[in-house]
Ligand binder design. Structure first.
Ligand code: SIN
Length: 284
């Protein structure tokens, strides 16, 4: 058994996220990689810049965090690598090589599944000189900042999530699900306040896109509450904004965060990312 190495680390934002310095992941020792995994679990998000990762390197690295998850839409996975999903606006021989503007809008990944993914990793292959930032919102800090009477009002509420609704209504790439896809992705319910299984901390966990209803607060009243909470959680106090460079690797814990991509001038720039997920567990 190895002992996790002490790594050079600095905060991404006070109290949330860590940048790990002076490490080359493909050549790192077991002890250093254990230190990276520890840093992820301790800080909720990690950034490692200047990496040169092949698809095999990405697969070996993600496996340190758990079992890699499949992707719901399979047409944009990297050939030969079904667990690596491509986000891109590149078109090669007349065909898009990836999903474009896929993650724009505050959300947590796979929220429409009974066991949403534990973490998301993005590895930047190429990035625009401006725009296309990824924003991470810290749900624990947002929860802790709510007054006790608001916390008491929210505790115990559940949200209805629907992949069918999400795909039919999203701004980019809306589609009506095939019968088969609809059957494979039935609606689910998850708590609005999620408890982290490893450290017991509570997080606001509202998401957008997949939420159709707050159970017990049907109609516009419930949806207005979700809008209010998402606006609160995604205010500057709780958000880290990542500006991409090729070779950046950013990972976040979906059990206690929301994230969103942002737009860029896709007539002028290319953006290509490799996205990997790690399986999660049932939220409570
Ligand atoms: C995502 O939501 O998975 C991707 C976000 C991004 O492209 O910045």
């Amino acid at each position: 058994m190895t002992v996790a190495a002490a790594l050079a680390i600095q905060d991404l934002k006070a109290g949330f996220g860590a940048q790990i310095l002076d490490i080359a992941l493909p050549a790192a020792s077991d002890a250093e990689l254990d230190g990276v995994v520890d840093a992820f679990h301790h800080h909720g998000a990690i950034l490692i810049r200047d990496q040169a990762m092949t698809p095999d390197d990405l697969m070996a690295f993600i496996a340190r965090f758990g079992e890699p998850e499949d992707h719901t839409q399979t047409r944009f996975t990297l050939p030969g690598y079904p667990k690596i999903f491509i986000l891109s606006n590149r078109v090669v021989e007349g065909r898009p090589i990836g999903a474009h503007n896929d993650g724009v809008g505050w959300h947590t990944d796979y929220s429409y599944k009974p066991e949403p993914v534990m973490c998301t990793m993005l590895y930047c292959v190429e990035a625009p000189a401006e725009g296309s930032d990824t924003l991470l919102a810290d749900g624990c800090a947002a929860w802790n900042a709510l007054p006790p009477e608001k916390q008491a009002q929210l505790e115990g509420l559940k949200l209805h999530h629907s992949y069918k609704h999400f795909m039919a209504t999203r701004e980019f790439g809306a589609m009506v699900l095939s019968e088969e896809m609809a059957r494979a992705n039935p609606d689910v319910e998850h708590p609005l306040i999620r408890t982290h299984p490893a450290n017991g901390r509570k997080a606001l966990w509202p998401s957008t896109g997949t939420v159709t209803e707050v159970i017990g607060l049907p109609g516009p009243e419930g949806l207005a509450l979700i809008d209010e909470l998402v606006a609160f959680m995604t205010g500057d106090d709780f958000v880290y904004r990542h500006k991409w460079k090729a070779g950046d690797l950013l990972m976040w814990d979906n059990r206690c965060t929301l994230h969103t991509g942002t737009l860029y001038d896709d007539t002028q720039y290319f953006r290509t990312m490799h996205r990997l997920w790690v399986k999660g567990d049932k939220p409570y």
